[in-house]
Design a protein around this ligand. Structure first.
Ligand code: ARG
Length: 462
């Protein structure tokens, strides 16, 4: 059983069950880089403030550097039974350099140590996810740019509604992912403050310099209040929320990719790299990847609700409950990053079947609203009257087994004599799409403006 270096007054060895419940090393070893970085900054500050000697600092710095290499090379495997990553690294250091190692923890508690480590981990991944999102937004905007003239049935209630173009549809997703990008970068800014030096809960009597450690670790400045800082996990909740919204967006796109790759739609073809077969049905090509992306949203939501629940009602300041903050965040971060990489690659290699999309527009009377608008604009009818007339036209089209866009002028006139020759052009799906030329609308020129704006934003924020 491991020796307790973090207990001065506990005489008995820990029960096996306590260790199983209490130890976080099996999962918080993920934080080794941050822990070493934080300790180096702390040691430098202790030396600069005259709290430890330059020799001690040098030994600590070199010892930590060696430990980092040993972990990276798999020599130090972090399974020695210590309570957590902080104790594991500290005891390794002390066995290497002796007393200097024992001085490292001056003016520090594991409470501010874990707070700074975990915060650095989360901030690093706020950045990483934002950068993967930028790649995705670029891929989607490129697809949009190649498809501004690809006609697509726009849907509401999953029923044909009005003709749009596929580029416009993709720009809806680019807009969602841009908001996600902004959420991650804003969370980074909001949480970019250092809790190091807060010690257990109340600060320390040692003459420390929190500005120094904050600068060395790349934070904006030290946090304001130590009591808050050692128990604050808002930064972790924010990344879990941001990932939940991101996964929700990914799942909506995945759902459409799944639908579009069915034989009923046939709008896209996923590359063979991103599809799987069936063990019994030889003809199958299944969209497992978008299904998994859709399914993984569940664990992202679970991790968010789980930490919100852990934090609810916790009295100030540190409580061991917060050790439960890590596994969910590690899981959500890995899920989000892998999902973004896979989605980006899959979209990049997806084939768009323009003809199938265009053919689908010949069904569902997509331009019916245009005929109503025509009766209002050209014939001066009140909209509600026009709406009813077009309802009758649609019924007649159904009787004829035609789409409204395929009706002859005589057929149209037989429903209402106020419909003239010029109505035929408004019923054409391409003119219908291009008629919606208002800002943010689907016309080709409006879609192109959206694409240009997005490309400019990408350029400015890359
Ligand atoms: N492993 C602990 C955690 O993740 C580190 C902090 C322990 N602090 C304490 N006072 N027991 O929260």
């Amino acid at each position: 059983m491991a020796k307790k270096i973090a207990s001065a007054r506990i005489s008995q060895e820990s029960s096996k069950l306590l260790k199983e419940l209490n130890d976080s090393l099996p999962f918080d070893k993920e934080l080794y880089q941050e822990d070493i970085k934080g300790s180096k900054a702390h040691a430098y500050m202790l030396m600069k403030q005259g709290i430890i000697t330059p020799q001690d600092y040098e030994d600590i710095e070199n010892g930590l550097e060696e430990i980092l290499q040993e972990i990276e090379e798999g020599i130090f495997t972090l399974d020695g039974g210590e309570e957590d990553i902080h104790m594991a690294i500290e005891s390794r250091l002390t066995s290497k350099i002796g007393d200097a190692g024992k001085r490292l923890h001056t003016a520090r508690s594991r409470n501010d140590q874990v707070a700074v480590d975990f915060r650095m981990y989360v901030l690093r991944h706020d950045k990483e996810i934002a950068s993967l999102l930028m790649d995705l937004i670029e891929t989607i905007t490129d697809i949009a740019n190649n498809n501004t003239d690809t006609l697509l049935p726009g849907m509401t209630h999953l029923q044909h509604a009005q003709p749009i173009n596929f580029g416009y549809h993709m720009m809806a997703y680019a807009s969602m992912f841009k908001r996600d990008y902004e959420r991650f970068t804003e969370s980074f800014e909001r949480n970019n403050y250092s809790p190091l030096g807060c010690a257990a809960l109340a600060g320390t009597p040692h003459p420390i310099d929190r500005q120094e450690t904050s600068n060395r670790l790349g934070f904006k400045e030290p946090t304001l209040n130590c009591l808050d800082s050692v128990s604050d996990r808002d930064f972790a909740l924010e990344i879990l929320f941001n990932i939940s919204v991101l996964m929700m967006h990914i799942s909506r796109l995945s759902e459409e990719l799944i639908l579009w790759s069915t034989s009923e739609f046939g709008f896209i073809r996923l590359s063979d790299k991103h599809a799987t077969g069936s063990s019994i049905m030889p003809q199958k090509k299944n969209p497992d990847i978008p299904e998994l992306l859709r399914g993984k949203t569940g664990r992202a939501y679970g991790n968010l609700i789980s930490l919100l629940t852990v934090m609810k009602g916790l009295p100030l300041a540190y409580n061991k409950d917060t050790q439960e903050d890590k596994e969910g965040v590690f899981d959500s971060v890995k899920t989000a990053e892998l999902s973004l990489r896979v989605l980006n690659e899959m979209l990049d290699e997806m084939q768009v079947n323009k003809t199938a999309m265009e053919n689908a527009c010949a069904k569902g009377h997509l331009s019916a609203t245009d005929l109503a608008d025509y009766l209002v604009k050209v014939k001066g009818l009140p909209f509600r009257d026009a709406y009813h007339i077009v309802g009758n036209v649609v019924n007649f089209a159904e009787e004829l087994g035609k789409d409204i866009s395929q009706m002859s002028i005589d057929e149209l006139k037989s429903v209402d004599s106020r419909i003239d020759e010029d109505a035929c052009s408004v019923l054409d799906n391409i003119s219908s799409m291009n008629a919606r030329n208002s800002e943010g609308g689907t016309s080709v020129s409006s879609t192109k403006k959206q694409i240009e704006k997005m490309q400019k934003w990408i350029e400015e924020n890359r």
